[in-house]
Write a protein that binds this ligand. Structure first.
Ligand SMILES: [Ca+2]
Length: 85
């Protein structure tokens, strides 16, 4: 993938990876989503980023957390100005 995904693309990728259908990703699903985006991180990197992305520390990546990861990678623009505080 060479172009930045749109919001719709992101949600589609997230939903496709969410095998459990519970609107959150576990580590395995998170690994799959990264692979589908063409990000090749090592297992240790993936684990590290999973833990850092899991900002509320519930052991899963929500769509908001997922989006924040991609934002930090420069894949998508930041949140709307009114969300920046
Ligand atoms: Ca979480």
């Amino acid at each position: 993938m060479t172009t930045r995904p749109t919001e719709d693309d992101l949600h589609a990728v997230f939903t496709r990876a969410d095998l459990g259908g519970d609107d959150k990703l576990d580590l395995m699903e998170y690994t799959l989503v990264l692979e589908s985006l063409g990000l090749s991180w090592t297992r240790a990197e993936t684990q590290d980023r999973f833990e850092r992305a899991d900002t509320n520390r519930d052991g899963f990546i929500s769509y908001a957390e997922f989006r924040a990861i991609l934002e930090s990678q420069g894949w998508i623009a930041g949140p709307p100005p009114d969300a920046r505080g």
